[in-house]
Design a protein around this ligand. Structure first.
Ligand code: 1CP
Length: 343
């Protein structure tokens, strides 16, 4: 079947002089319309679980910028909540969760199959979006990878070095491995439901993969991604999967092939020239403009954007940032970036 959507064609290996583009966190606090809808919802989690308002914030950046993809508005931490963890957000600080420090914490979690009870509104958002998005816009569903989600469940918050999670995996591997297993199962169930509701592409965010080294990277980043991609591909061989083992460095090489993914998303700590020579040789890559350019703008933004497009011109590429756009970003800089890409 001929695929009309540009982002889908890039994922299938097609090359473009003007690559498809979307941004991580494209719905978010840098947009005044997002802040208004979030205020209407009351708080962040109420926004995530309100299908009409979550649809609205997903569509806002599409209306404003005409990106090639929309990413479902939700959060990677909804899965721990659906497994029974307490979750709340402290304004100006970030997420807080109940912690898992040993076998009791694990025993208190619900089975993976119980997540639909909590996550049903998210599937409804996907269903509404698949009806309402423009015909040329691809709908991306997502989840956090087990390691990244586990780091939050163990520490109860975001951590600079994921120390508590490394501590549990070294000191109580039985509990840690059982948590990873529960998360892997829940992630497969969650992403399957998103595909059934209409998600056309899946992205797996392993934001803290970079702190796993050597054998630990293989075991806790690569292996779970491979299982998740394998399970999705067994049921939906034509649904592309983008994997994002952020700050993987040399471990980006061969990651798509080893996991069966269609595309690897690159953070901005690797150079585009290096990634073109060592990662894009396996297929589509996504990335990797430093998000700070969305704050600082100017000629540097234009030059860097063009340099990245040029570096990845010899293979399939989806333009994106190397990490999420920040609340301090200037919405006009996104227009400048698009102008530099699309001309
Ligand atoms: O105050 C607010 O309005 C909340 C800010 C916010 C937003 C807009 C959070 C809290 N999550 C989100 C949405 C979100 N999160 C999306 C929606 C779609 C889009 O990209 O537009 C997605 C895909 C995520 C994914 C996510 N959440 C990740 C993986 C990607 C990444 O940024 O590395 C992670 C690590 C989270 C956890 C999380 N949720 C929110 C925050 C501030 C964080 C990071 C916490 C930390 O610093 O450790």
């Amino acid at each position: 079947m001929a695929q009309a959507k540009k982002l889908m064609r890039a994922l299938a290996g097609e090359m473009h002089a003007v690559p498809p583009v979307w941004l991580m966190r494209q719905a978010g606090r840098y947009l005044p319309e997002y802040k208004a809808t979030r205020a209407e919802a009351g708080d962040f989690l109420s926004l995530c679980y309100n299908p009409d308002l979550a649809t609205e914030v997903t569509l806002q950046p599409i209306r404003r910028y005409g990106f090639d993809a929309a990413i479902l508005f939700a959060d990677i931490l909804l899965v721990p909540q659906a497994l029974g963890a307490d979750l709340w957000f402290v304004t100006g600080e970030g997420p807080r969760l109940s912690t898992i420090t040993g076998p009791e914490g694990l025993a208190a979690l619900k089975p993976a199959g119980a997540i639909h009870e909590t996550l049903a509104p998210v599937y409804e958002t996907v269903r509404i979006l698949s009806r309402e998005l423009p015909a040329e816009t691809t709908l991306i569903g997502f989840a956090g990878a087990p390691w990244t989600v586990a780091t939050y469940m163990i520490a109860g918050r975001g951590t600079p070095d994921q120390g508590p999670a490394h501590g549990l995996r070294q000191n109580d591997p039985a509990t840690f491995d059982a948590l990873m297993e529960r998360l892997t199962e829940a992630t497969i169930i969650y992403l399957s439901a998103q595909i059934e509701a209409g998600a056309e592409v899946i992205k797996l965010f392993d934001s803290w993969a970079g702190s796993l080294k050597g054998e630990a990277f293989t075991r806790y980043a690569l292996e779970p991604a491979k299982r998740i991609v394998g399970a999705l591909k067994a049921a939906w061989p034509h649904v592309p999967v983008i994997v994002f083992p952020r700050e993987a460095g040399d471990n980006y090489v061969g990651f798509a092939r080893a996991t069966g993914a269609d595309c690897v998303a690159l953070d901005n700590s690797v150079s585009a020239d290096w990634a073109a020579a060592n990662v894009q040789t396996d297929g589509c890559v996504q990335g990797n403009l430093d998000p700070r350019h969305m704050v600082t703008g100017g000629q540097d933004l234009v030059d860097e954007t063009r340099r990245i497009v040029e570096a990845f011109r010899k293979g399939p590429h989806i333009f994106n940032l190397g990490h999420g756009i920040t609340p301090e970003a200037d919405p006009d800089n996104v227009h400048r970036m698009l102008e530099a890409i699309r001309g």
